[in-house]
Design a protein around this ligand. Structure first.
Ligand code: CAA
Length: 264
């Protein structure tokens, strides 16, 4: 692939958008390659993904303005759908995805980070939805996901005013979970991913599904979603290993051992 790198180690996959000359802006080819990369992830061996951008300056500086500049109404709608399809694939991806936001996260860059489960960022990160300054709305889910993450009032202020916010403000409003010096960001993302990868994988996937699906429906329907996914866990070897280990520890503390969870 020309613009997307994919690397796996210790059950963690790192996807890097690698179009540094254009600050990792998302053109159609980048979107296609991202989609193909997700299709190729081996879900038997990989338990958590990290998404980041190449270089020290930018995570993703938005959708490609050059490509969008000549679009017709129908083509604009189709381009929005193309981005949304990839971002939905990322959001619904069976395993957790951590966005390691290493610089500009503007427009489509902020939007792709919001399709990930967790966002952490470097101290030079800048978030924003500058689209109205370009005469368009956010087109890859920004009007929807920003409001869900930080509340409608803050999302409207950011989107209507096209004002970018720095890492500290993003942390304050809950858009990111943590801020690190640029040189530590990827290691910190790997540390968090490693901690997730150690847990029972089916349980982690079911948690992702329960949170995502539950947020779309009423609380009555949401707890029913949870009940089903909770029940499913009792058919797994991991539940037997995890609970068995706990009970063994109680009988005899010398039997304490680290449980290695399997994908079953
Ligand atoms: N699309 C295409 N190319 C982009 C780009 C984008 N979104 N952002 C940056 N680039 C390119 C620049 O054109 C430039 O290329 P050349 O060297 O060939 O001229 C290169 O990246 C470096 O950019 P700058 O010289 O502008 O770098 P800078 O440090 O001076 O500024 C910046 C950085 C503030 C991020 C500035 O590049 C910028 O404002 N970029 C656009 C940000 C933006 O508006 N994003 C939203 C896009 S719309 C969108 O995403 C719609 C949607 O929701 C789907």
């Amino acid at each position: 692939m020309e613009f997307v790198l994919y690397d796996v180690s210790d059950a963690v996959g790192v996807i890097t958008i690698n179009r540094e000359k254009a600050l990792n802006a998302l053109n159609s080819q980048v979107l296609d390659e991202l989609s193909q990369t997700l299709d190729q992830v081996d879900l038997d061996s990989v338990r958590c993904l990290i998404l980041t951008g190449a270089g020290q300056k930018s995570f993703v500086a938005g959708a490609d303005i050059g490509e969008m500049s000549t679009l017709t109404k129908a083509e604009g709608e189709a381009f929005g759908k193309k981005g949304n399809d990839v971002f939905l694939k990322l959001e619904k991806f069976p395993i957790p995805v951590i966005a390691a936001v290493n610089g500009f996260a503007l427009g489509g860059g902020c939007e792709i980070s919001m399709s990930c489960d967790i966002r952490i960022c470097s101290d030079n990160a800048l978030f924003g939805q500058p689209e109205v300054g370009l005469g368009i709305t956010p087109g890859f889910g920004g009007t929807q996901r920003l409001a869900r993450l930080v509340g409608a009032g803050m999302a409207k202020q950011m989107i209507y005013s096209a004002r970018n916010i720095d890492a500290n403000e993003a942390f304050r409003i809950g858009l990111v979970n943590a801020i690190y010096p640029q040189e530590e960001l990827l290691d910190q993302a790997k540390k968090l991913a490693g901690q997730i990868a150690k847990q029972a994988p089916i349980a982690v996937r079911n948690c992702k599904k329960a949170i995502n699906e539950g947020l779309q429906v009423s609380i009555d329907d949401a707890v029913a979603v949870e009940e089903k996914l909770f029940g499913d866990c009792f058919e797994t070897e991991d539940q037997k290993a995890g609970m068995g280990n706990f009970l063994k520890k109680k009988d005899d503390p010398t039997k304490v051992k680290v449980v290695t969870f399997v994908n079953k």
